[in-house]
Every structure is written in C-alpha cells, then in structure tokens.
Design a protein around this ligand. Structure first.
Ligand SMILES: Cc1cc2nc3c(=O)[nH]c(=O)nc-3n(C[C@H](O)[C@H](O)[C@H](O)COP(=O)(O)O)c2cc1C
Length: 407
C-alpha cells in the first residue's frame, strides 16, 4: 500500500472520485507541489503529476511520485499520456491544474505551443473542454511584463481560471495552498451556489464597558468558518463577518471583522452598497442581547464591587430581514435548557417572529470544542437532529438549505 492511501479523504470527500492532472513547471514554487498534492488527496482526489524538464531541475520526479502515489509523466511516450488523460476519452481527468505556472508556460498555453509535456497536456485539455486552472508564480518584474498580463487576460478569455498570485516582496508568489485547494473544490463542485452571494456572520460581539474592558462571550466562530467553506465549495461568493477574537479564517474567504452589535447592524445595512444584496445569510454568531452603558476612560480597579448598567442592543437578524426580505435566512438559537420540546418551541417561535427559512437550535450543554448536537427546524415544523463534528454539521445545514432552495 502506498502511503498516500492513509491520507485519502482524511479532511473531506469533496474531491472523491476526481482525477486531477497537476502540471508542474520550472518555478521555485514547484517545491510546494508535494504539499499541494497531498492536500488535494486529503480531500479525496487522485493526483497525477506532469512535469516540464525545467520543473524536474527544481523538484525531483521521485518527490512527486511519493507525493501523489502515481507514476510521474516527464515525457510523452507512445502511450500518448496527454490523450489518455486529457483527450476526448471516457475516463478523462476532471481538471488540469497548472501550479505553479511560469511566465514561459503561460505564454505557450495561450498560443497552443506544445514543446513540453505540460504544454501538450494544456493544448489537449483546452481542446477537449476539460477545466484548466492556472496558478501563476514568478518574479514581480516578469509578472508586470505587459505581454504576461495580456496572456493572463487571454487565458481568462479562453475560459481558463486564474488563481491570483500574492504580490509581495517583489514577487508574484504562488497563491497559498488553502486558496488553491478551495478553488479546486469550488471548480469541481456541483456549483449549486454559483453566482450567488452568501453572507455568514460568526464569532462573538464585544460590547465595551469602558475604553479597555468589554463584555463578550465564548463563541469561537468555528461553525461559521466551516459554513463559509461549505458555501464557497458550492461556488458562492462568500462574505464572512467575524467577531474580533476569531482565528483561523482561511485566506481565500473574504472576511471583515466586527466589534459591537451596533457595528454589525451598520455593516449589514450598508452591505447593499459595498457588496450587493445577499442571496443567503447564515447568522451563527453569538450576538449580545445587552450592552453596558459605556463609561469614558477606565473604571477604577480598587472598588469592592461594581454595578454595570446594561441596555438592550439593536436586533441584528431582524435588521437583516428588514433590509433583505428575499434572502434565504438561517438563524441560530442557543438556550440553556435540557427540555428538547421547549427548545423546539422557543426556536420555532424565533423562526416565525423573524421570518427565517431555517433555524439551528442547540442546548448549551451540547456545544463542545469540536462537536455539537443541533436541531434544525423548518417553517413547516420539520426537525432534524444532527450530532457530529462542526464541519459535518455545517455540511448538513448547507445541504438542507440547498434542498429547500431547490423546492
Ligand atoms: C531556481 C529557479 C527558479 C525559477 N522560478 C521561476 C518562477 O517562479 N517563475 C517563472 O516564470 N520562471 C522561473 N524560473 C525561470 C524558468 O525556469 C524558465 O523560464 C524556464 O524556461 C521555464 O520552463 P517551463 O515553463 O517549461 O517549466 C526559474 C528558474 C530557476 C532556475
């Protein structure tokens, strides 16, 4: 058994059954391809590497054979590997991923010049209509060359997908691995949310007591991150609003930080102008119901005790519903009670009061670091209990939402 077998689908099965040809070219970023291949395998993909002669001067073919568990194509033979993998054949590859893609290979791809195994694969894949994704990497000055820019435009015009490089330290660096993998997942998904805007709000609000202290809560924001990844994997344009303490937001998910409940309301009301009208919104954030009456400066430290007066905060989900009556809206209701029927009743009441399309109810005792038990309740009073890891619950919520949107 090749060691890749142990990795397959350990993170998800979003790429299960997908065959990805990874075209590696002579960029120093080729050294990232071992990790990239293994990350794709962790999501279930079968990866076959094709390398240019220049790529093999930077990274040995054995490293890629180890990383993928498949023989590496470094030259074309009488087996016409480009045709058997990217031609008009029944079990052809699902994607040709050119990562990293040099300025040289990019130029040849858009001109259909085939003088390396990778460029021959590209011409064949484009002719067949197999999706091609290009992840450029080069020195900053090469990237600024007007013809390189023209070639990127030309590639886009041909329907090839470009994963933008990171422009830093005078380089156009290959995009981070999580972004590449996220884009691959998105490209090969059902694209059920393609062209749709999905807003996810997650984490905790922070309501100031004075200029230093805040009232907040223990929400980690993890569920919202998984929901954002789910929406992204179905092709959506995602905006993730996160509370200040949330960590681990993937770089390829657009995110903005919020502080107070009032900030959040302002942000939501202004979305139309800055981002557009959301088609779907999921509020998994723990939003404070009360806010201290804020004191200027810093409250004294040496007192025996202190009373902090609290006021009601503005209603965020209600504000969202007023602004965007047509969006598919998913809310959360957390309660500290062990009575399932009462939890259902309260959650359903909240769903109808706000006009939500789905509500996720949970009892605080069932909320763990990694696992939760939740109840999903629909306007028709159907209830589904899910007990699992947060990413599994996120997937269930997204699948249920998509099912309801299709009805
Ligand atoms: C160590 C090293 C790193 C290189 N990195 C890059 C790079 O990141 N991007 C690029 O366009 N060219 C880079 N080059 C230049 C390419 O290797 C060169 O243009 C080569 O002809 C590309 O061939 P290929 O596209 O067939 O792989 C690098 C060269 C060397 C020796």
């Amino acid at each position: 058994m090749h060691p890749t077998a142990e990795l397959r689908s350990v993170k998800s099965d979003r790429l299960k059954g997908k065959r990805i040809v990874l075209g590696v070219t002579g960029s120093i970023a080729a050294v990232e391809c071992v990790k990239l291949s293994r990350e794709l395998i962790r999501h279930g993909a079968d990866v076959i590497a094709v390398m240019t002669p220049e790529a093999t001067r930077i990274l040995g073919a054995s490293a890629m054979e180890f990383a993928t568990g498949n023989p590496v194509i470094t030259e074309l033979t009488g087996a016409v590997e480009h045709v058997s993998l990217c031609g008009d054949v029944p079990d052809r590859a699902d994607l040709l991923l050119l990562s990293p893609c040099t300025a040289n290979t990019l130029g040849k791809v858009v001109l259909a010049i085939d003088d390396t195994p990778v460029t021959t694969f590209a011409t064949t894949a484009i002719g067949t209509g197999i999706p091609v994704m290009i992840v450029p990497a080069m020195h900053g000055t090469m990237y600024q060359h007007p013809v390189v820019q023209e070639n990127l435009e030309k590639a886009r015009g041909m329907g090839l997908e470009i994963v933008q490089p990171l422009l830093e330290e005078s380089k156009a660096k290959m995009a981070p691995l999580d972004e590449i993998v996220g884009r691959v997942v998105q490209r090969l998904s059902d694209r059920a949310l393609y062209g749709k805007k999905v807003l996810i709000v997650t984490g905790a609000t922070q309501e100031p007591i004075d200029d230093m202290r805040v009232v907040t809560n223990v929400a980690t924001g993890r569920s919202g991150i998984y929901l954002a990844l789910e929406a992204h994997s179905h092709g959506a344009e995602v905006l993730l609003l996160v509370g200040k303490g949330v960590t681990g937001v993937p770089g390829h998910i657009r995110s903005e930080i919020f502080g107070t409940t009032a900030d959040l309301v302002k942000n939501i009301e202004g979305l139309r102008e800055v981002w557009g009208v959301p088609d779907m919104a999921i509020f998994s954030a723990a939003i404070s119901d009360y806010s201290p009456v804020r004191k200027e400066g810093k409250l004294p430290s040496g007192e025996k005790g202190m009373v902090v007066k609290m006021e009601r905060t503005p209603k965020v989900v209600e504000a969202f519903r007023r602004e965007y009556p047509d969006a598919f809206l998913v809310g959360y209701k957390a309660e500290a009670l062990s009575d399932r029927e009462e939890l259902l009743r309260r959650a359903y009441r909240r769903l109808t009061e706000v006009g939500m399309d789905l509500i996720v109810a949970n009892d605080l005792k069932d909320v763990g670091e990694e696992r939760n038990i939740v109840l999903l309740i629909t306007p028709g009073k159907d209830a589904f209990e899910v007990d699992g890891r947060k990413e599994e619950i996120a997937r269930f919520i997204m699948d249920k939402s998509l099912e309801m949107l299709r009805e």
